[in-house]
Design a protein around this ligand. Structure first.
Ligand code: SAH
Length: 346
């Protein structure tokens, strides 16, 4: 019996309206349910209080709501919250709420585990189990939106796809989730407040441009020297810097939106003048800015954050060419919630 009931959130608004008409009710009932599911984020039929008891029972008879459940919330001393999120099949992903004075950002996962092999990232050590479906991505955002109101008394302001997984390897579902997040019948958030971060999958970056997406793009560059990049991000043998460059030029020609390069500076890996010059050169191909991220140790000592003097050398050379550069301090390190630390350790 249980398995025959369909996930109601797989239905479009039209299909929901048709369902009610088929049951001899009004199509309008479908709108009400749709609003409960998406704007209000209801996770059970019982809470849909403007529906009659019979209607709620009818829904329960035909459908389930396959929703996520926040299993555990950890709070960092800097205010960052990390959610361990249980999916309907028992798998777990993590998402993070990052409050600053002016914004509240949700950092969400797109896959369970990751198929890429960045040597410095904890998520890469987990096998990729599966893609998240659009609802599971949407639910993470909704859960953080509610937590933002509960803990910080303000709505969510920004979303970054920088949690577990490679968003462009789950392309359709990520775009479907963004559609819902930006829809007036969902969270109604502006796509300008959303960043999708990719390790750099050239074909998919071009597809984003062709699909005329309106959100921002960040690329985890970490090195503009092919040989070095391959060492720390082995998949870069397939997705070369030349192809990446070409895809970014394509993106910019179509979207006219500049790209953010994420960049960690490690001792003895990319702290040479040659590495800096290569980045400065790469930054001249397409309008961009550079976000230098602090390295978050993941438990082995192969990688060490470079010292501040090295970061300053990077900053000086970039600024000399008028390339905007920011340094991002880590948040939530004490609870393993910072970039690259998401690995379901709880
Ligand atoms: N797969 C996507 C999104 C997830 S990673 C991507 O690669 O962009 C989000 C960011 O954290 C990326 O820029 C990634 O390179 C960076 N990152 C991974 N491990 C890290 C670590 N240990 N310390 C700091 N940043 C890390």
């Amino acid at each position: 019996m249980e398995s025959k009931r369909k996930d109601i959130r797989a239905l479009t608004k039209e299909e929901l309206r048709d369902f009610f008409v088929g049951q001899g009710d009004k199509a309008f009932r479908g709108n009400q349910v749709y609003e409960w599911l998406w704007i209000k984020g209801a996770h059970d039929f019982e809470s849909m209080t403007n529906l009659s008891k019979q209607t709620r029972a009818l829904l329960d008879e035909h459908f389930v709501i396959n929703h996520i459940a926040v299993d555990q919330i950890q709070k960092s001393e800097d205010g960052t919250l990390k959610n361990a999120v249980a999916l309907h099949d028992g798998l777990i992903v993590e998402s993070v709420l990052i409050p600053t004075e002016t914004r509240t950002t949700a950092c969400v996962s797109s896959q369970v585990g990751c198929s890429l092999d960045c040597a410095f990232c904890a998520t890469a050590q987990l096998k990729r189990m599966r893609n998240l479906n659009p609802d599971e991505i949407y639910d993470q955002v909704m859960a953080i939106h509610k937590e933002s109101q509960l803990y910080y008394n303000r709505p969510l302001s920004n979303i970054v796809f920088m949690g577990m997984g490679e968003p462009l390897m789950n392309y359709n579902n990520v775009l479907a989730a963004v559609d819902k997040i930006t829809s007036k019948e969902g969270l109604g958030m502006s796509p300008k407040r959303i960043v999708v971060s990719t390790s750099g999958v050239p074909k998919m970056i071009k597809k984003l441009a062709d699909d005329e997406v309106k959100f921002n793009l960040a690329v985890s560059l970490h090195s503009a020297i092919q040989e070095t990049r391959e060492k720390i991000m082995p998949f870069a043998k397939r997705f070369t810097l030349d192809d990446l460059r070409e895809s970014l030029e394509y993106w910019y020609a179509k979207t006219k939106r500049r790209i953010t390069y994420e960049y960690v500076v490690w001792k003895d890996i990319n702290d040479s003048e040659e590495a800096i010059d290569a980045l400065v050169k790469f930054c001249q191909y397409v309008p961009c800015k550079v976000n230098i991220i602090e390295y978050n140790p993941i438990g082995d000592d192969q990688f060490k954050q470079a010292d501040d003097a090295t970061l300053d050398r990077y900053i000086k050379k970039l600024e000399a060419k008028r390339i905007p550069v920011t340094v991002r301090r880590s948040r939530g390190k004490d609870i393993d919630a910072a970039c690259g630390q998401l690995a379901n350790k709880h």
